[in-house]
Design a protein around this ligand. Structure first.
Ligand code: 9Z3
Length: 321
């Protein structure tokens, strides 16, 4: 059995979100930050808006020489498909994603065994390899879009593995984007763990089942939204996501997040229906975005609607500051 002890949540929302006290800064963060600063300045000075998308789940280790960890369900599909729609809408995109979660464009072929879609032109080992376009539907169109995005430098992919990397890279991204003010959008779709075990309290070696049932006590992960909105990128347009499994508490939780963090919008969704129904909640409005059965059949994606709704709201936000 696994017991989770709840501690005082306010204790982790002090200066810097408690980040520097609890999580060591990974060595590559400064280098990645320079890339993000350069990306924001290049696109900002070209008059382009920049969105930082977070995507995928997080793993929380139970042992420092990790055999076991707590994970979550997130595939990264929301983040990866939204990145494509933002690019299509003219945004430059920093895609902060968990290693091996879904990636823009290639996400469309994750269910395909690559070797089943290729064939050799001749028997020679150095001959051309051809693609069976039936095995990779729309591959030519998708490849063109992907290559155009690469050639124009509109997508900056940044990977994280650990929770600590995610938190520090988000802070670095927020600081990097502060230079472009209200042209920056944060689209925080990653499913980040609320709980973790501090390194000082983690056993070094594999937990032994011979010691009997396991009890774990976890601390609250610092809430990054608070310093992000208040200190790191105070002029930016900030969207968080709220996930629940009980639809009856969804909107109340979304409104509560807006009250606490004072950001611009919450995209509220329920685990089972997240592909076809979300509500975009702001302080004064509430927009339901719904796909019909026919739209689902025609492979319309709800991210297209979410991005369309938010890019319009971003324009309005920018015109008011
Ligand atoms: C979401 O709610 C995303 O929409 C999903 C997308 C993770 C459900 P997939 O990656 O799923 O396409 O499989 N993200 C935020 C989830 C979250 O943990 N939010 C926190 C909360 O609900 C607030 S930051 O408390």
């Amino acid at each position: 059995m696994c017991t989770v002890a709840h501690s005082d949540p306010s204790a982790s929302s002090v200066v810097d979100g408690g980040l520097s006290d609890e999580f060591a800064v990974p060595s590559h963060v400064e280098d990645v930050k320079k890339l993000m600063v350069e990306f924001a300045e290049r696109h900002g000075s070209a008059g382009r808006r920049v969105v930082l998308i977070t995507s995928g789940g997080t793993k929380v280790p139970l042992e420092s020489r990790t055999v076991r960890f707590l994970d979550n369900f997130s595939s990264g599909r929301r983040g990866a498909s939204s990145a494509e729609y933002f690019l299509y809408s003219g945004y430059a995109v920093i895609f902060l994603h968990r290693h091996r979660s879904l990636y823009p464009y290639s996400r469309l072929y994750t269910g395909v065994n690559l070797l089943d879609s290729l064939r050799l032109e001749t028997d020679k080992d150095n001959g051309q390899v051809l693609v069976d376009q039936k095995a990779l539907p729309n591959i030519a169109t998708v490849l063109k879009s992907y290559q155009a995005v690469k050639a124009t430098g509109l997508l900056l992919p940044v990977e994280f593995n650990t929770l600590s990397e995610y938190l520090h890279l988000l802070k670095a991204a927020a600081q990097a984007l502060s230079s472009i003010g209200s042209k920056a959008m944060f689209y925080l779709a990653a499913a980040v763990s609320d709980f973790y075990i501090p390194a000082s309290e983690m056993p070094e070696h594999k937990i032994q089942s011979s010691n009997g049932p396991l009890q774990i006590s976890m601390k609250m992960v610092p809430k990054m939204l608070n310093p992000l909105v208040k200190d790191w990128a105070p002029q930016a347009f900030v969207i968080s996501f709220k996930l629940e499994t009980d639809p009856s508490i969804l909107l109340e939780r979304a409104r509560r997040a807006l009250d606490i963090y004072n950001h611009q919008a919450v995209v509220a969704n329920v685990l089972d229906t997240r592909r076809g129904y979300v509500v975009v909640v702001t302080k004064d409005t509430q927009h339901e975005l719904v796909l019909t059965d026919e739209e689902v059949q025609n492979e319309v994606e709800i991210e297209e609607r979410i991005v369309s709704n938010l890019t319009k709201a971003h324009s309005q936000f920018m015109s008011q500051v």
